[in-house]
Write a protein that binds this ligand. Sequence first.
Ligand code: SAM
Length: 250
Amino acid sequence: MDFTVLTLFPELIGSFFEHGMISRGIEKNLITGHCINIRDFSCDRHNTVDDRPYGGGSGMIMKIEPLQAAILHAKKRTPESQVILMTPQGNKFNQDKAHELAVKNKGLIFVCGRYEGIDERIYNRLVDEEMSIGDYVMTGGELASMVIIDSIARLIPGVLGSLESFQSDSFTGDRLEYAQYTRPEEFEGLTVPDTLLSGNHEKIRLWRKKSSLQRTFLKRPDLFIKSELTTDEKKILKQWCRELETFVRE
Ligand code: SAM
């Protein structure tokens, strides 16, 4: 997967590509990361990339010409890449979207806005999808693009090292991930559930299913009702109800 980020702050993105899981993915040739400075495509000797809005008002607007030139330059290198414009007005990004983008694309080009926004005419021909990371407004699209790249990159086979790592992730199949523990076995009176220490793989599997189901029910009821219960989940829920009844009787 090829990631290209068009930005006025290349240093922000450069450092992101140089650390952690992303840099390991790059070292293993599973992903590539490129950064393009939109200012390099400005059309005047002052390197202008923004101007005042027509009709007046506060703030500056990113000009269309440098953006178009930067996008076309990126497209020349990876013609099959989809162009994604970061905007709080776009489709809301989530885990399903991360899976979709990871599977369907060979490359993604992220356009990061700054200032009050971007000349509207960019939407006409140059952008395949507008994307938002949530209903809040940030000062620029760089953080948003990094959020999206990070969550897509970890889904690319080999980047995490273990396929299972993301198969149980929260939001996969509309469930949150089960509770996790590591050493020590006891911390300030808090212990690790016996089942996880038992070495019995089937019991551990069922314990994790139950934990995942309970957490989803309690923390994200909206997700809980989104998917039909599996046979295992129905059994687990019935058992949980019986446990609760005993607890209430006591
Ligand atoms: N005035 C614009 C509006 O109200 O829709 C917001 C402009 S914002 C200050 C500057 C840039 O930050 C945007 O062009 C976009 O690239 C990025 N941005 C801000 N919030 C974002 C979000 N929630 N998701 C994705 N990008 C965002």
